[in-house]
Write a protein that binds this ligand. Structure first.
Ligand code: HEC
Ligand code: HEC
Length: 211
C-alpha cells in the first residue's frame, strides 16, 4: 500500500513536467463535460414511439449517452493503452493492456496504482476488478451503430447472450464505477439503474441498432 502510494507520488511528480499541457487538456475536458451534461431519459418515456424498431433504436441512442461517455470509453480504447480524463488523453504513465487486461506481465500492473476503491487524495480511480477491456471490445473511434452491433455479437462481447449482457450493464460493479468515479471526474449521465432499464427495454423491442 505505502509503496504504491509512493509510486503514485512519483508518477504525479513526473507528470508535473507536462503540467501546462495537462492543464490545457483539463480545461478542454471541462468544456466538453458541460456540453455533455443532462440526465438520462427513463425507458418508459419512449413508449409514445409506436414503431417498435424506431423505439428500439431511440432507446439505444439514449443509452449511448452513457456508452459514449469518457467514463466508459477510457477503458474501451482502440489501441493497447487506456485513456484518461474527460479529454480522453493517452494514459500517463505508459501502461498497456497485457495478456489479461491487467497490464504487461513484467511491467506496470494496474493494481500497482488502482486499488479496490477510489483514492481521492491522489485522484486515482479504483475497483477490485480494475483492468482494460479486451481489444475486440474496443469502442473508441467507432460509431454508436458499430458499437451496438459489436455489443450484441457473442464473438466480440465475451460470449454473452442478451440476458448476460443486460445483467452486465445493469449490475456489474466495474461498469457501475462510472457513476461514482471520484476526483473531479464527471459521472456518466443518469444512474446505472436507469441505464439498465434502457438496455432492458432496447432488448425487449428487438435490440435494433442505429444505422
Ligand atoms: C503508475 C500508476 C498507474 C498504473 C500502473 C495504472 N494507472 Fe490508470 N491511472 C493512474 C492515475 C494517477 C490516474 C488518474 C489520472 C487523472 O485522472 O488525471 C489513472 C486513470 C486511469 C483511467 C481513467 C479513468 C477516467 O475515466 O478518468 C483509466 C481508464 C485507467 N487509469 C486505466 C488503467 C489500466 C487499465 C491500467 C493497467 C493496464 C492502469 N490504469 C495502470 C495511474 C496508474
Ligand atoms: C476500468 C475499466 C472499465 C470501465 C470503466 C468500463 N469497462 Fe466495460 N469492460 C471492461 C472489461 C475489462 C471488460 C471485459 C470483461 C468482461 O467481459 O466482463 C468490459 C466489457 C464490457 C462489456 C461487454 C461487451 C462488449 O462488447 O464490450 C460491456 C457491454 C461493457 N463493458 C460496458 C461498459 C459500460 C456501459 C461502461 C461505462 C458505464 C463500462 N463498460 C466501463 C472494463 C471497463
Amino acid at each position: 500500500m505505502r509503496w504504491s502510494i509512493a509510486v503514485v507520488a512519483l508518477v504525479v511528480a513526473g507528470v508535473a513536467a507536462g503540467a501546462p499541457l495537462l492543464l490545457a487538456s483539463r480545461s478542454v475536458g471541462k468544456t466538453l463535460a458541460v456540453a455533455q451534461s443532462g440526465d438520462l431519459r427513463a425507458a418508459e418515456s419512449f413508449n409514445g414511439i409506436k414503431n417498435r424498431r424506431a423505439r428500439s433504436v431511440a432507446l439505444f441512442e439514449e443509452a449511448g449517452k452513457v456508452i459514449e461517455s469518457p467514463r466508459c470509453l477510457n477503458c474501451h480504447p482502440a489501441g493497447d493503452r487506456p485513456t484518461q480524463t474527460d479529454a480522453m488523453r493517452p494514459h500517463i504513465p505508459w501502461v498497456v493492456r497485457g495478456p489479461d487486461g491487467f497490464g504487461a506481465e513484467s511491467g506496470l500492473r494496474c493494481a500497482t496504482c488502482h486499488h479496490s476503491a477510489n483514492f481521492d487524495p491522489a485522484g486515482v480511480p479504483g475497483n477490485p476488478e480494475w483492468h482494460l477491456a479486451p481489444a475486440e471490445m474496443a469502442w473508441q473511434g467507432k460509431t454508436l451503430g458499430q458499437i451496438c452491433a459489436q455489443i450484441k455479437d457473442p464473438k466480440r462481447n465475451g460470449g454473452k447472450d442478451m440476458k448476460a449482457l443486460i445483467d452486465h450493464m445493469a449490475n456489474d460493479e466495474l461498469v457501475g464505477w462510472a457513476w461514482h468515479p471520484g476526483g473531479k471526474r464527471k459521472p456518466a449521465p443518469g444512474t446505472q439503474k436507469e441505464f439498465g432499464g434502457l438496455i432492458r427495454a432496447w432488448a425487449a423491442t428487438g435490440a435494433y441498432c442505429p444505422s
